[in-house]
Design a binder for this molecule. Structure first.
Ligand SMILES: NC(=O)c1ccc[n+]([C@@H]2O[C@H](COP(=O)([O-])OP(=O)(O)OC[C@H]3O[C@@H](n4cnc5c(N)ncnc54)[C@H](OP(=O)(O)O)[C@@H]3O)[C@@H](O)[C@H]2O)c1
Length: 229
């Protein structure tokens, strides 16, 4: 039997692909989104909960809305939103947005009535986070430290630390630059991305598929796979 998914970030670019593909694969999905969104499809397998992913009480309401007796995998594709689609544009999310949300998730996972039903936390992270920073080329290192990316990188670093120190089994997927287009096979570059090239890119559909694969595949548990196409 498939586990069910609690999805944070369903309204984002990658999150929406996870939602659509998850429903296509037959998962029960509970999506916690911050405001009513008419683009979110109506589907018999989808429960939408309106709330703040940074509030443990709202995450707990979403956990309470999942179906009893079925294991839960929490997938987060949350990200700092920007003034434009350009990855270097100014952020419109609070500096510690993703870290605050993951703290809320970890806290709610403990106060939830059935913590044992939460089997794993799968987070879409970024190449450059934690010990993968050294594998970026010097230009990307400089850009990520000196541009608007710095706030996002620091937030991903805080998430990385909190999840690794937390009680839940996890996978922190370190994606290269997100691109649109058709899904293509992924290439894996260990935990740190060493050898992944100058400007690697990852197709969002491929990432969405991989995040869903991780709900039933334990081989990457406790790791930070760096992936490109
Ligand atoms: N862009 C890249 O090249 C790249 C590369 C590697 C990794 N990543 C990472 O991949 C992840 C997903 O990226 P994406 O481009 O698919 O994300 P996105 O389209 O920017 O979506 C961000 C999601 O986070 C939510 N969110 C943002 N601020 C919020 C807040 N203050 N309160 C509640 N919800 C909030 C958004 O909700 P609303 O729809 O309500 O705003 C949306 O669902 C991010 O963590 C990103 O850093 C990106």
């Amino acid at each position: 039997m498939l586990p069910q998914i609690l999805l944070l970030g369903a309204t984002g670019r990658t999150g929406r692909l996870v939602l659509d593909e998850g429903l296509k694969r037959g998962y029960l999905v509970t999506a916690l989104i911050r405001k009513t969104n008419t683009d979110i499809p109506q589907h018999s397998n989808l429960t939408v909960v309106i709330g703040d992913p940074c509030k443990a009480s709202d995450v707990e309401v979403a956990l309470d809305s999942t179906k009893a007796s079925i294991p839960i995998i929490i997938i987060s594709t949350l990200g700092q939103t920007r003034t434009s689609g350009n990855p270097w544009a100014a952020t419109t999310s609070p500096p510690r947005f993703m870290a605050t949300s993951v703290e809320a998730v970890l806290s709610a996972s403990q106060s939830f009535a059935e913590p044992a039903r939460i089997h794993k936390l799968v987070i879409l992270s970024s190449f450059g986070t934690g010990d993968s920073f050294a594998s970026l080329n010097f230009m990307m290192q400089w850009i990520m430290k000196s541009s608007n990316m710095a706030q996002t990188l620091e937030d991903h670093n805080l998430v990385d630390e909190a999840v690794k120190a937390g009680p839940l089994p996890f996978v922190l997927v370190r994606s290269a630059m997100l691109k649109s287009g058709d899904a293509a096979p992924l290439k894996f570059y260990g935990n740190t991305g060493k050898g992944s090239g100058i400007m690697p890119g990852t197709n969002m559909k491929s990432i969405a598929n991989f995040l869903l694969d991780l709900t039933v595949d334990d081989q990457y548990d406790g790791t930070t796979p760096m992936v490109t196409n």
